[in-house]
Design a protein around this ligand. Sequence first.
Ligand code: C2E
Ligand code: MG
Ligand code: MG
Ligand code: MG
Length: 288
Amino acid sequence: EAKGKGRGTFEVFNDHMNSRLARRMMMERDLHEAISQGQLELYYQPLIACGSRRVVSVEALLRWNHPVQGLIMPEDFIPVAEESGLIVPIGSWVLEQACRQARLWSSLGDQDSPMTLSVNLSGRQLAQANLLDHIERILDQLSFDPREIRFGFEVTETVMMRDPASAAHTLARLRALGTYLSIDDFGTGYSSMAYLKHFPTDAIKIDRSFINDIAHDERDQAIVGAIVNLAMGLGIDVVGEGVETQAQADMLCSLGVDYIQGFLYATPMPVPAFEQWYHDWHDSQSAS
Ligand code: C2E
Ligand code: MG
Ligand code: MG
Ligand code: MG
């Protein structure tokens, strides 16, 4: 359509490009400040066990409180952080912050089944040469009792795919540190089976796209059922992501999924709201 419309169209297109580029550059500039000005914040969302309905795990999800634009979601700034390399200092901040929080929450878990606190790792972070030393150092510095709380990492298939050999190596070393590894957004990348063969992992998080219609779509039920069987054979856990309705949760649990994460139980929340939610949840569980 742009063809044949001549100069006018080109200029509109150009303006569009320029404003996009300008927005990007502004965001990159602001992101530099976000770290030093304390504008980043971790929100936390629980994972609930199907059987016991216990809070088994918490995922840390990054938010940016922009002084002018307000709350910015990760999908809007993580790509910019990745491309600019700012994901490295941002990732360090996330790790340190989450570790500190893990130690504060270590008493929330119980001795028989420690709670896991997980953070997401992006491609550039995983490729970072000193990532492991850095993580080791943080875990050492803030040493907490691993029987009380465990640290976890979530990595998508797409991220692993970039440099499979080095990803496998890094993940194996991370796991050797005693951390809990999950494959995030499982089923959306290419050749998921290859990842299961080559990557050490503790859990699969089934992508929301298989969960949306799970209550009535028999194809989704068949796919999730097959993933559950696969995971059982491998001795790893299965998480259903993005669960919004009771019908979805019931179906997933009846198919053998271990843990449920989604708005049905809780949205990602800042620390005080999460702590309130946690106590309310605990009370309602012991009351029923
Ligand atoms: P993810 O790791 O797959 O996280 C799950 C996303 O689904 C989160 O979006 C969460 O808020 C959202 N979600 C949870 N339950 C529901 C639900 O019931 N319905 C719907 N519609 N959505 C639900 P969020 O927080 O916007 O994060 C998006 C992505 O950004 C994350 O996907 C993760 O890949 C990335 N991300 C978030 N925090 C970090 C971080 O600290 N570091 C890096 N590298 N990436 C991060
Ligand atoms: Mg995740
Ligand atoms: Mg996910
Ligand atoms: Mg995702």
